[in-house]
Write a protein that binds this ligand. Structure first.
Ligand code: RRO
Length: 302
């Protein structure tokens, strides 16, 4: 597997169509997409100009998770580097559903690849509002349900409970014909029962893993470093966890899997595909190399 720098004008597509993949009815030019919240396409277009569109590094784009109402996010500091990893506690800053539809969607609809909108609510009603709001828009190819959040009524993290995940999907499925991708948390002993409940509730795909719960200590004070005290660990440090959890989920469900967790090379991506993923998402690595998606796709197809 050749792993050189991404070709100068490439977007990972091969003229002969090699590497193209079908995912829940979407024709994608290769199997590499971004992890939600790790690549700001609107800011990147401002920085890189129209060449970003020609050389877009992902075969589909997943937006940063939105909530029904605007959120400011967590107090700083929001990041901490670990050996081979990164802890974030960004805290979902976003413009809310209406702000997203009015400001971001018109720009994201110009993307050269299908748009997947990531949403998170704290109740069935909030999720329903989000799914109806974005599900009614033809610019949106699919919806990712980020379930790493508590249901305010039960107090349980939706993605940590098969019952919560199943009942949420049962509530949301009738609201839209769009593909529903359930983003699973790794903060459980085994995500397979949750993935199965999501499938049985009508989910079309699952994506995993979100970040692993983590914390860091300020060396000067001994107190928690992050403003929100805890965050989520990503990067190569969690790749082995992702591989194990993808294998477990792949043995339990028949819907396709988007695998992610510390992918920074074609070799890493191949490991997640071998574990059972149909697509691979790249996140933390794009902070270091914004063209990582193209590099990894080209190396996979070589
Ligand atoms: O915004 C965040 O802090 C965040 C989210 Br919504 C998520 O799903 N995963 C993560 O690591 N950070």
């Amino acid at each position: 597997m050749a792993e050189g720098p991404a070709s100068k004008r490439g977007n990972g597509a091969r003229p002969d169509g090699a590497g193209a993949v079908e995912f829940c009815g979407l024709a994608l030019r290769h199997p590499v997409i971004n992890g939600s919240g790790t690549f700001d396409a609107i800011a990147a277009r401002r920085a890189f100009g129209e060449s970003l569109w020609r050389e877009f590094p992902f075969s589909a784009f997943v937006s940063k998770t939105i909530t029904p109402d605007p959120r400011a996010g967590n107090p700083p500091p929001r990041l901490w580097e670990t050996p081979s990893g990164l802890i974030n506690s960004i805290g979902l800053p976003n413009k809310g559903l209406e702000g997203f539809l009015a400001n971001d969607l018109p720009q994201l609809s110009e993307l050269p690849v299908p748009l997947i909108v990531s949403v998170m609510g704290t109740s069935h009603e909030e999720f329903a509002r989000l799914v109806e709001g974005v599900g009614g828009r033809e610019e949106v190819a699919a919806i990712e349900l980020n379930v790493s959040c508590p249901n305010v009524k039960s107090g349980l993290i939706v993605g940590e409970s098969p019952e919560e995940a199943g009942s949420l999907l049962t509530r949301l499925r009738p609201l839209t014909d769009k593909t529903l991708i359930v983003k699973l948390t790794p903060n459980v002993p085994d995500p397979a029962p949750i993935a199965l409940a999501a499938e049985q509730g009508g989910g079309d795909a699952v994506s995993l893993v979100n970040t692993l719960r983590a914390a860091a200590i300020d060396p000067d004070t001994g107190a928690p470093w992050l403003g929100a005290e805890r965050g989520g660990l990503s990067g190569p440090a969690i790749r082995a966890v992702a591989i194990e959890q993808i294998r477990s989920v792949a043995a339990a469900v028949s819907i396709p899997i988007v695998g992610m967790g510390g992918v920074s090379s074609g070799r890493d991506a191949l490991d997640l595909l071998s574990a059972g993923a149909k697509l691979v998402a790249v996140g933390t690595e794009t902070f270091r190399d914004p063209a990582a998606g193209t590099r990894i796709a080209e190396s996979l197809i070589a």
